[in-house]
Design a protein around this ligand. Sequence first.
Ligand code: BGP
Length: 478
Amino acid sequence: MVLKDTGFPKDFLWGGATAANQCEGGYKEAGRGLANVDVVPIGKDRLPIIAGLKKSLNFDEEHFYPAKEAIDMYHRYKDDIALFAEMGFKTYRLSIAWSRIFPNGDEKVPNEAGLKFYEEMFKECRKYGIEPLVTITHFDCPMHLITEYGSWRNRKLVEFYENLCQVIFNRYKGLVRYWLTFNEINMILHAPFMGAGLVFEADENQEQVKYQAAHHELVASAIATKIAHEVDPENKVGCMLAAGNYYPYTCKPEDVWKGMQEDRENYFFVDIQSRGEYPAYARKELERKGIEIKMEEGDLTLLKNNTVDFISFSYYSSRVASTDSKHNETEGNIFASTKNPYLEASEWGWQIDPLGLRITMNAMYDRYQKPLFIVENGLGAVDEPDENGYVKDDYRIDYLREHIKAMKEAIVEDGVELLGYTTWGCIDLVSAGTGEMKKRYGFIYVDRDNEGNGTLKRTKKKSFDWYKKVIATNGENL
Ligand code: BGP
């Protein structure tokens, strides 16, 4: 009997990831409705808008919004998928723009042009043997559902989301087998407008609104899982968390305790999606905060009976918890974190920690005992193309190599079950946090700047050939 694994599983799903609003453009093409992400501008108002603290509900045609044209993948997806195929992708993670299928979100009948668009995209992937991995909502909510219903704070959204799921699971049966219900579901706590379309009134209890909306999303996620399994038992449904374990700043028990609480704040979502129950610590914490979650009869049974098949997550960085306020230093990011003096950071202050990925994978596998899927990881950096447009992105290769090594160790040395790995922004796209083009993650350079200028020409970076080799050797040649 062979007990030791020697490397990545034979059917390991290597690939890359994007999100509709960050790459498609074509914001009103073929009947698409407006969505929350369309109205988030670049610049100093971005973070308060993303946080739901400042309203940006009107779309003004004259103003520049980065998502409006993005990298125009709407018209160029065939060429882009051909490039992914050239790298040897086994999977491509992409998301559906809800407002292409239901422009307002609350219609009964879907928009055929939107459905057709994704059908063609999935077929294009399959042509190359690429398995689509589809996020049902990636920071995406039709504007009409926000202005008319108050978005996920309203129980009605569960019904609309269910309708969307019925339509797409039936239409794409046999074309798509891997589904993610909500991108970074915990982002509702940190970026409630971007994550869930929430805009707060001045006098309301934001925590109450967020956790009620979260409950609706969790119920919707369980319903999606149920329908996906009913429509096709081959379907595999995952949850998706913005992950990265907390380290205590010191071994002072108070710091350790704080780290545990911070982890729980994020794991709360997966605890419900994977174990099927509101955990004891959360019930107590909600009670202490005076938050009362309105539930309908049957919600708890639904959550219990429809847990996810696998756990997916994004990982960019570990985090640090400290009880000493003078340590709370990093700013300008959605996730505020204490600076870790042992780690280097990206140009945006994201701390680089490959071992943290192994730690996070182990923590998650210990906790859930279900297969994991890393669906985002990568380095956002400023790339400088040479006179031929070529980018020598050794820094990106170094980042990815170290993370892939850590991931391999988690599989081989620790026995963690991992289905696949999709790097974030495999082609340069609009940054979710900053709205900029200059924060790039891709293997493919796109000629486009922060103001929307550029030819949109695609050029392979050095990392393109490197990743191609990694995939061809199933992670041996790093
Ligand atoms: C995650 C999101 C992505 C993505 C990524 C990188 O939070 O799921 O949509 O953009 O982070 O973040 P950023 O674009 O801010 O660099």
